[in-house]
Every structure is written in structure tokens, then in C-alpha cells.
Design a protein around this ligand. Sequence first.
Ligand SMILES: [Zn+2]
Length: 188
Amino acid sequence: MKTIIFSGVLGCFIAASTFFACADESKAKKETIIEVMEKAPEQPTAPVKKTDEEWKKELTPEQYRILREDGTERANGDVYKEFKKQGAGTYYCAGCNAELFTSTEKFDSNCGWPSFYDPAKAKNVKYTTDYHLGYARTEVTCKICEGHLGHVFEGEGFETPTDKRYCINGTVLKFVAAEDTKEEQEKD
Ligand SMILES: [Zn+2]
């Protein structure tokens, strides 16, 4: 009997360790690649406000650092490589699921960060001026959750319809491939 209980406990312990090991692994993965979702997330209908504690629980440390502390991901990292490989689809805010960009406005600027020439949903982004580097830059923020996304630069000579480069941290984007959103688009 003792042996049965013991092996039962041991079994649970092994199962639990495996589970936590897997959970850790998936979290680590999320830090370096753009989170891919199966289908378009439900859109927020009101501003999303959370405490720092709540954000820390929901976001990966890297997402928190960028969205809530105006951080910047490493240039030319795994996120950028992943972004370049992604085909047609839509990008949503990792903080609140608001639609931000689509692959239609995506272009290769070779700057090391995901680039777009326009947001898909202009009403979901807002602009402020920051002087973090000692000169004025236009910061791009998610209007729904106030999360920092990146910056927008103008007049750099890119052959895009707007000559704007939205230089965005891929870590704070969620991607839904176009095949999965087709039905939604047909309904619109
Ligand atoms: Zn957001």
C-alpha cells in the first residue's frame, strides 16, 4: 500500500515538474517570437486600464518592459526574423488585442525592427513626442491600453505611399494569419 501511495505521489511530482518545465519553455518562446493566434481576437470596446501588478502577471517580462516601460527590443533579433517570414495577416496589440497593423502596410525597411508605413486602425494608435534620446521623436502608443509600441519617422525616402516608417517592437504584437481571418473579412 505504502509503495502505491509513494509511487502515486512520485508520479504527480514528475507530472507537475514536466508541466512546469513546459510552461516555462512556452513562456521563454513568447519572449523571442511574435505570439501567433489562431483567430482574430475580440476587439476591446473601451480603454483597457490595469495596475502594474496586473500587467506584470499577464505580460512576459519583455512585453512588460516594452509596453509599460517604453523599452525597445533588440534590433535584428529573432522577433525581426520571425516578422520577415510572416505572410499576409493582421497584427494586434499584445496588451489589449486592439488591431494595430496589417501586412498590407508592412514593408522591409532593413532597420532591424518590424516596419509599417501606416497603421491599419488609425483610431487605435496615438502619437506623443518623446525626448528620451535627447531629440524629438514621435512615439507610437496603443490608444486602448496606452502601451508603448515604438516610434514613427517621416521623410526618410522610402518608396511607400506615406514615406513614414512605423518602427514597431514585434514583441508587443500578436499575429493572425490571413487564412484564419478570411471569414471575418468576407462578413465585413
Ligand atoms: Zn493595446
